[in-house]
Ligand binder design. Sequence first.
Ligand code: NAD
Length: 396
Amino acid sequence: MIVTPKIRGFICTTAHPEGCAKHVSDQIAVVKSGGILAEGPKKVLVIGSSTGYGLSSRIAAAFGSNAATIGVFFERPAEDGRTATAGWYNTAAFEKEAKEAGLYARSFNGDAYSDPIKAEVIEAIKADLGQVDCVVYSLASPRRTDPKTGEVFKSVLKPIGGVYTNKTLNTTTGVVSEISIEPAQGDDIAQTVAVMGGEDWELWIDALMAAGVLADGVQTVSYSYIGPEVTWPIYKNGTIGKAKEDLERVQQALDEKLAPLNGKAWVSVNKALVTQASSAIPVVPLYISLLYKIMKAEGTHEDCIEQMDRLFRDRLYSGAPLPDESGRIRVDDWEMKPAVQALIAKRWTEVNTENLAEFGDFAGYQSSFLRLFGFGLDGVDYSADTDTAVSIPSIG
Ligand code: NAD
C-alpha cells in the first residue's frame, strides 16, 4: 500500500515503515559518530522505549555503549488496512539493526502500568540478562489504570488557580491565535499526578529490586521539563508540573531505597522537542517553533537523539553529572541559556501569523512532526508500494 500522512489535529493516524526505519538508522548514525563509551551501561531496561525520548535513550545505550536492551511500550501492529503505529515500526527497525550489530534486544508491547507486564519483564531479565544496571523511565500517557484498584486516572493539561490566556499555534495551518484554558477543577491535579507523577516509576523499581534484578551501582532516570516563564502557567505551574514535582519526590525516595545497592536515581530535565506527547500541549508548539529558529541559527539545536547521547556520555556515565541545586540533571541547559530565552521573550510579544516564518521555524516544526511518523526522510521512496505488515522480531 502507498502510505501518506493523515493528520488529525495533533496526531498522525498513519506511519511509514521504511520512513520510521530510516528515522531510527539516522539516530543510530548520530550515536555511532561519537564512538563507544567504554564505561557506559551494559544492560538497560527502557520503559516507554518506542518513540521520543525513550526510543532515543534505547538507541543511545545500545549503539553508544554496546548495551543489551529490553524495551517496554504500548503500540499497535498493522491490521485491517491500517498501518501500525510509528513506535511499532521504530522498534522493528531498532531490533533489526541491534541484531545486525550483535546486540541483545527484546521488547514487550503492553500496559507498563500493569502488574503482569512488570512480572513478564522481570522474568525476561532473570532468564536473559540476570540483572540490569540502568533503568530509563520515559512514559507519556493520557491515562493510567491503577494496578491494584482498577481505577482509571486521566491526566489533563490545565493551569491551576485561574484561566490562562496566551498565544498558541495551529500546527496544521500555521495560524497564531489566542487561547484561553480553563483552570483545573475537582481532582484534576490528583488524577494528573497519578498518571504522570512518580508512583509507577517507584512501583517498577520496587518490583525490580524485590526480584533481585538490579545490579550493584544501578542508575535510574526519569524525564522532566521546566521551560520558560511564558509556558509556566500551562506547564511548570500547571497540572503536569505538579506531576513532575511528584517525580522529584519519588527520585529522592528511590535514592534512599537504592543506597544499599550503591545505586542512584535521577530526574533529567530535557529540552522541549517535537514528540507525540509535546504536540498535544497548548502554547508549547509556538514556543518550540521560536526556540528551534534560534537554536538552529546559533548551531546548538538538538533533537531527542543528541539530547540522550549527551545525557549518557556527558552526564550519567561521565563521572560528572553536574546536578543543579535541586539534584536534577540539566540537559535543557542550552535551551535555557539567558541569551536564547531573552530573544524568545522578545519575539514572543511580536510573533503573529504573518511573521511566523521570520521569527519561528514553523517549517522545521512541521517536518519534525512528520518525521515522528516516518514521513519526509531522505532516501525513502514515498510513491512506492510498501508492506505495512512488519513484525518485531522478539514479539513476532
Ligand atoms: P512519547 O509520546 O514520544 O513517548 C511515550 C512512550 O510511552 C512511548 O514509547 C509509548 O509507547 C509509551 N507508553 C505510553 N503509555 C504506555 C503504557 N500504558 N504502557 C507502556 N508504554 C506506554 O513521549 P516523550 O515526549 O518522549 O515523553 C517521554 C518523557 O519525557 C515524559 O515524561 C515527558 O514529560 C518527558 N519530556 C518530554 C519533553 C518534550 O518536549 N517532548 C521534554 C522534557 C521531558
